[in-house]
Design a protein around this ligand. Structure first.
Ligand SMILES: *Cc1c(COP(=O)(O)O)cnc(C)c1O
Length: 397
């Protein structure tokens, strides 16, 4: 008989957890798995590197609170994420605010709170200075730089070439010059070149090129650099052919880089790495229940009570070029071995596909189907209003 106790979150079997939560579908995040990630990062990366959590990966307040106690910083991308971050009790100066199109209201919030603002354009710099002048507060800022290089192998490229993110590297000296006469503390730079990279050597090379760039730019800083956010982009395996990132290699190459180039040249710069999915992605599952089992012209369909409106990425519609299956499993206690099925959601669109030709233990109506790697860019990165189903619950176990 298949082992129904096989899938657990926070040590609790998913079947029992579903009873505890009270309704499906739901997201469950595992504290112990998040903690294990933090421990492995701390042991692989140089001890003086600060670790920051990119809140947009999973802004559930309990998750953010949990990570705020274990990491050094939080990175937010909206006024609402900033409120969640500040509610954790973290020092406001350890919160950084990145992202294009920050509103005057959000910039004002950040200055009033004492949050570090990462400037993404000259106009944004002007707005920030105006907000700060109005409040009579000297803001601490960093310049987010759009690098003059590109990083291959990222699932999502967010630097190099023409970008809505950051200030083009070649125009940073001019921006610094205009900030020079204003009442602003320019602490340093932030360079984020891409996301979801599984190649340690490419990440290490990106960090080296980032350091080359910031060393060039540092000559134009009015005072010693105190903040150097070198981005992140650490990927997690979603598909069967993906290999996990070699974190030890990333760590040893970074230690060498810091020892040879960064600590000697920029002794007061706090190096920061900011990570989203690497911290929480593998710690989460999306749990659904089979509501129908039907056979159409020889193909078996398991229709579950969730779908792409909650977990868009697993349907392959969150920026993926080729649709592949996220890891998926069944919590079932039936005899009958494995079968190849289509796992589909309950939305009225063929896009709502969670598992394409997946081999799973035989599942009946009422059984649970679990989608893994759902801890990041799940609920809040999905079109929850599409088809007007109720929102799923989230629990941190
Ligand atoms: C989204 C984002 C991240 C997090 O990316 P992950 O792939 O989840 O690690 C980090 N930094 C910035 C600036 C971001 O916009």
């Amino acid at each position: 008989m298949p082992n129904v106790e096989g899938i657990a979150v926070g040590g609790m079997a998913v079947g029992l957890l579903a009873e505890r939560v009270g309704s499906t579908p739901f997201f469950a995040y595992d504290r112990a798995a998040i903690d294990a990630r933090v421990v492995s990062l701390r042991s692989a990366l140089p001890g003086d590197v600060h670790l920051s959590y990119a809140v947009k990966a999973n802004p559930m307040p309990a998750v953010v609170q949990h990570l705020a106690r274990r990491l050094d910083a939080l990175d937010v991308a909206s006024g609402a994420e900033m409120r969640v971050a500040l509610d954790t009790g973290i020092a406001p100066g350890s919160v950084s605010f990145a992202g294009p199109g920050k509103s005057v209201a959000e910039l004002t919030q950040a200055v009033a709170a004492g949050v570090l603002v990462e400037i993404e354009s000259p106009l944004e710099a002007d707005r920030l200075v105006e907000a700060a002048d109005r409040l009579g507060i000297r803001p601490r800022v960093a310049v987010r730089v759009n690098p003059d290089f590109e990083v291959k192998g990222s699932g999502m490229r967010m630097g190099g070439g023409a970008q809505q993110f950051g200030v083009d590297a070649e125009t940073v000296p001019l921006l610094l010059k205009t900030l020079h006469d204003r009442d602003v503390e320019v602490a340093g730079f932030h360079v984020f070149s891409g996301s979801q990279n599984l190649h340690a050597s490419i990440l290490a090379e990106a960090q080296e090129r980032t350091v080359d760039l910031v060393l060039r730019l540092s000559d134009d800083l009015p005072s010693a650099m105190t903040y150097l956010n070198i981005g992140g982009g650490f990927g997690i395996p979603y598909y069967t052919q993906d290999r996990p990132l070699d974190l030890d290699l990333v760590g040893s190459r970074l230690e060498e880089l810091l020892a040879t180039r960064v600590r000697p040249a920029l002794p007061s710069a706090q190096v920061v790495i900011e990570l989203g999915r690497y911290l929480v992605g593998e710690a989460g599952v999306y749990v659904t229940r089979v509501v129908d089992r039907k056979i159409s012209r020889g193909t078996t369909f398991l229709v579950v009570d969730g779908g792409m409106h909650h977990q868009l990425a697993a349907s392959g519609n969150f920026g993926q070029v080729i649709r592949r299956n996220y890891p998926i499993s069944v919590v079932a206690a039936h005899e009958g071995g494995e079968e190849v099925v289509q796992v589909v959601g309950c939305l009225c669109t063929p896009l709502d596909l969670l598992g394409d030709k997946v081999s799973l233990p035989r599942a009946e109506v009422g059984d649970l189907v679990v989608v893994h790697q759902a801890g990041a860019y799940g609920l809040t990165a999905s079109p929850t209003a599409f088809l007007s189903h109720p929102a799923p619950l989230e629990v941190l176990v």
